[in-house]
Design a protein around this ligand. Structure first.
Ligand code: HEC
Length: 119
């Protein structure tokens, strides 16, 4: 956890990608940026329609969810995945803290289109 500056509270609303990278460790149990694992790969996530990555076998619920992934739709989904998409096979309780979600989404926005990781 070393190396991160403490954020002044005035900036608390903006997502901090460095903190988001730490939070993404919770997702690595099932996801990776580059490869499908238990969950679908996250490269190219922003702008992708939910449940449409080729080569990954989604639940029926995710296939018909219908949202395009962006800051807003991810924020809603990640707060409580099983409530946002009843029947999803993402067995994860969610991230209740709005600041943690903002940090995570700021990280994902960069990492999922990083040409060094996502080809
Ligand atoms: C216990 C395993 C598990 C964990 C932990 C997990 N996921 Fe998932 N995730 C899945 C599975 C399985 C799916 C596919 C869901 C479906 O088809 O219903 C999924 C789907 C998703 C999707 C939809 C992707 C798409 O292509 O439409 C997003 C976004 C997502 N996860 C983000 C996250 C993030 C961010 C975290 C960490 C906060 C996380 N997940 C943690 C298993 C997990």
């Amino acid at each position: 956890m070393a190396g991160f500056a403490v954020q002044p509270t005035a900036q608390a609303a903006a997502g901090d990608p460095a903190r988001g990278e730490e939070i993404y460790h919770r997702c690595l149990a099932c996801h990776s940026l580059e490869h499908n694992r238990v969950g679908p790969r996250h490269c190219g996530l922003f702008g992708r329609k939910a449940g449409t990555l080729e080569g990954y076998s989604y639940s029926a619920a995710m296939k018909k969810y219908g949202v395009i992934w962006n800051e807003k739709t991810l924020d809603h989904f990640l707060e409580n995945p099983m409530k946002a998409v009843p029947g999803t096979k993402m067995g994860y309780a969610g991230i209740k803290d709005a600041q943690e979600r903002a940090d995570l989404i700021a990280y994902l926005k960069q990492a999922t289109r990083d040409p060094k990781i996502c080809h």
